[in-house]
Design a binder for this molecule. Structure first.
Ligand SMILES: [Zn+2]
Length: 394
C-alpha cells in the first residue's frame, strides 16, 4: 500500500566494512517515514484507501536492511545503559508510552472506518498486538525474540519538535518513554502516513548484543518517536499493520526500498537472492535464513549484499511479494499472520541475536530420562548391578 520511505544517516552501506564504530555526521540521523503514494498501483491501491481495503494476496518474503552504517548499525543495547539519567536499553523491556497517556485519548484523535471507530479495548489490543508481532517465535527457524515490550503509560510521551533549534538534536536522550507514539503530522510532512524519529547515544558506541557478545560496534538507540498521521482514515487492522511496520523502524530496521545512496542504510541483505526473473527472485527471497545469522558476530554472517535499486520487477515489485518492512507494500499483509515474514525474522535475529538452540534438546532430555528409568527398572527386575547412564544432551 502506498508509502515511501527515507532514512537519513551518514555512512557506508557495506555491511562488511570496518569494525570500528564512528559516529554518523551530525545532523539528521534518524527519520524514517511512510508516505502516501497515489501513483503506485501495485498491491492494494492508494494508501488513503488502504484503511478500507483489507485483503491482498501474498505469498512471499524478502531480505532486510539495517539503519546506520557499516561501522555500526543502530540497535538497542542489551546491557543497561543510562543516558542523561534515563535507562535506555532492552533491560527491563522496551518501555512504550502514548500521547495523552490513555488509549481512549489517542484513539479519539484519529478518524476511523467504520465510524465511529474501535472500542477502547479493541484499540488497546491492536496497539499491544503491533508490539507483540515483533516478539513471536519465528515459526520457520524456531528462534524466539530476545526482547520484549512493556506498556509504560504513566511516563508521559514527549515528542521532539521537528524544528528543534538544538544542534545535533538527534544525539543524546530522546525524552519520554523509550518508544513514544503520537497522533501527529509525520516529521516529513502531511503527505506521509507515518514517520519515526530516533535518537542515538553519542557517548559510547559499543554495545552488548542480546547473544551476550560485548563491545560490539554499533550505535545505541536512546529513544524513538512514532507519529501516525491523524489526517488519514484508518481501519483498525490497517493501523495495527502500519504501527507494526513503524515499530520495526524503532528497532533499527530500514525500509527495503531505501536507497543505499542515502548513506543511512545498509545494502539489501539476503542469503541467496537471485534476481534473474520474477520467479527466482520470489523463490530465493522467500526462504527462511534467520539461522544463518551468526549470533555472536552478525556482521560476519554469510549474506549477499545488494546495493542496486530493488523496487523493480524482478525485485520488490514482483507479483506475490509482500513483506512488512517493504514501505510500498506492507499493507498487503493486512490479512496475513504472522505479520513478520522470513526477512523480518532474519533482520530481528541480526539486530537482536539469540543463540541457535540445539534441535529437540528438550525431547532428547525427556527421551534420556525415560531410557534411564526403563534401564533402572530393567536392572532392578533382573537384580542388576551398579551402573551409570548418561543422557544425551548435546
Ligand atoms: Zn517504513
Amino acid at each position: 500500500m502506498g508509502s515511501g520511505e527515507a532514512a537519513y544517516v551518514e555512512g557506508n552501506p557495506d555491511t562488511k566494512g570496518s569494525r570500528r564504530s564512528t559516529l554518523p555526521s551530525k545532523g539528521q540521523v534518524g527519520i524514517l517515514v511512510s508516505r502516501s503514494n497515489s501513483r503506485r498501483t501495485r498491491g492494494c491501491g492508494r494508501f488513503r484507501a488502504a484503511a478500507l481495503v483489507l485483503l491482498c494476496s501474498t505469498t512471499s518474503a524478502w531480505a532486510f536492511r539495517l539503519i546506520g552504517s557499516s561501522s555500526g548499525w543502530v540497535r538497542w543495547d542489551a546491557a543497561p545503559r543510562f543516558i542523561e539519567g534515563e535507562e535506555r536499553s532492552l533491560s527491563g523491556g522496551l518501555r512504550f508510552s502514548i500521547e495523552t497517556g490513555t488509549y481512549a485519548g489517542l484513539r479519539d484523535q484519529f478518524m476511523w472506518v467504520p465510524a465511529p471507530g474501535p472500542t477502547v479495548e479493541d484499540f488497546e489490543a491492536a496497539i499491544l498486538r503491533a508490539f507483540e508481532h515483533w516478539t513471536v517465535v519465528d515459526p520457520e527457524s524456531g528462534l524466539p525474540a530476545a526482547f520484549y515490550f512493556v506498556a509504560d503509560l504513566t511516563t508521559p510521551a514527549v515528542d521532539v519538535l521537528n524544528d528543534s533549534p538544538i544542534p545535533n538534536s538527534y544525539f543524546g536522550l530522546n525524552a519520554g518513554a523509550e518508544i513514544d507514539l503520537f497522533a501527529d503530522t509525520p516529521h516529513a510532512g502531511e503527505g506521509f502516513a507515518a514517520s519515526v524519529r530516533f535518537f542515538i547515544d553519542p557517548r559510547e558506541d559499543d554495545l552488548t548484543l542480546t547473544s551476550g557478545a560485548m563491545n560490539y560496534p554499533g550505535f545505541a538507540i536512546s529513544g524513538a518517536d512514532i507519529r501516525i498521521n491523524p489526517a488519514y482514515v484508518w481501519s483498525l487492522r490497517g493501523f495495527e499493520v502500519l504501527l507494526t511496520h513503524e515499530i520495526g523502524h524503532a528497532l533499527g530496521l530500514a525500509d527495503l526500498e531505501a536507497l543505499t545512496s542515502s548513506g543511512s542504510v545498509s545494502s539489501f541483505l539476503d542469503d541467496d537472492y537471485d534476481p534473474s526473473s520474477s520467479e527466482t527472485a520470489r523463490e530465493t527471497l522467500g526462504n527462511s535464513f534467520a539461522r544463518e545469522i551468526d549470533p555472536v558476530d552478525p556482521d560476519r554472517s554469510e549474506l549477499q549484499s545488494f546495493a542496486s535499486r530493488l523496487d523493480v520487477d524482478p525485485g520488490l515489485s514482483s507479483p506475490g511479494v509482500a513483506l512488512l518492512m517493504e514501505s510500498e507494500g506492507y499493507l498487503d499483509l493486512l490479512g496475513v499472520e504472522p505479520l513478520l515474514q522470513n526477512d523480518e525474522f532474519a533482520g530481528r535475529q541480526f539486530l537482536y541475536p539469540v543463540e541457535v538452540p540445539e534441535p529437540d534438546v528438550d525431547v532428547m532430555i525427556v527421551v534420556g530420562i525415560v531410557i534411564l528409568l526403563l534401564w533402572n527398572g530393567a536392572l532392578r527386575s533382573t537384580g542388576g548391578i551398579d551402573h551409570s547412564v548418561s543422557t544425551t544432551r548435546e
